[in-house]
Design a protein around this ligand. Sequence first.
Ligand SMILES: C[S@@+](CC[C@H](N)C(=O)[O-])C[C@H]1O[C@@H](n2cnc3c(N)ncnc32)[C@H](O)[C@@H]1O
Length: 287
Amino acid sequence: MTSLSLLKSLTPPALWRLAQCVRPPSASKPEWEYVPEGWSAAQRDAAIQGWNVASVVEAYRQDWPSFLRNIAGTGPLGVAPEAASAGRDNPILHNIVMSFGYALLRAAGRKDAIALLDWGGGIGHYYLLARTLAPELRIEYHCKDVPLLIAEGRRWLPTVTFHADEACLQRQYDLVLASGSLQFAEDWRATLAKLAGATGGLLYVASLPVVERAQSFVFVQRPYRFGYETEYLGWCLKRAEFLAAAAKNHLTLLREFAVGHRPVIVGAPEQNEYRGFLFQRAACGLA
Ligand SMILES: C[S@@+](CC[C@H](N)C(=O)[O-])C[C@H]1O[C@@H](n2cnc3c(N)ncnc32)[C@H](O)[C@@H]1O
């Protein structure tokens, strides 16, 4: 049992709920906010701790049983991999999960086994979604994330190969997935190039916040409502700039996805929308 769950089990429920209301001052700021100074904000703001923090692991751990319940059976898969959700009917989440299913099956083509790298895959939720969406497909599943999440994932999913470093990029996969994760790479162009190099088939950049007209900019997310006691910076990319960088890496767009998620970023030069992009690496034929 972690110190957080131990503390929770020893604290009367009313007091625990009260304690949950006592947040650091930054928790009363907007959940999403424009950061004009960019990535250097992390040096002056101690609340910006990034993803490798114990409270994110703890939140994932607590929500794991409800995630497993939500993907069981034959009901819709409008479920949140990252957060506790009482239901499975959320149309945006359904869209995200089914779009992933499409990418998975395009990558598989006529093959009955594929290798997949999930970049920023946390503790491995998408492995279970992949098995649920394509039960006949054998998947050699690799998941790269920050060290604390990787350690937790290894406890739950022994058949997934977890990576805490970039050694996983030294080979190629039929499908490279970066779902909701490319935006957290300060040097997103370098990361995109590495992910492109690691695919021998398709690259699916999913749930990427983009704008049409404004220049790419940095935002901060303060995800305290999910129980994450951290803040992180991310990119909102100008769509044309992202697509130009993809083309430079010999990526051909096969399909673009409208996610339907449009979190308001307070103060942003333009409001964003989340989109997905399924690419094929040039000179790599589909199966
Ligand atoms: C918004 S979550 C997305 C989780 C999951 N892929 C999904 O789509 O639901 C972003 C993920 O990116 C991960 N991440 C952040 N920096 C990373 C890095 N340098 N390498 C790999 N993963 C990273 C975070 O730890 C987190 O698991």
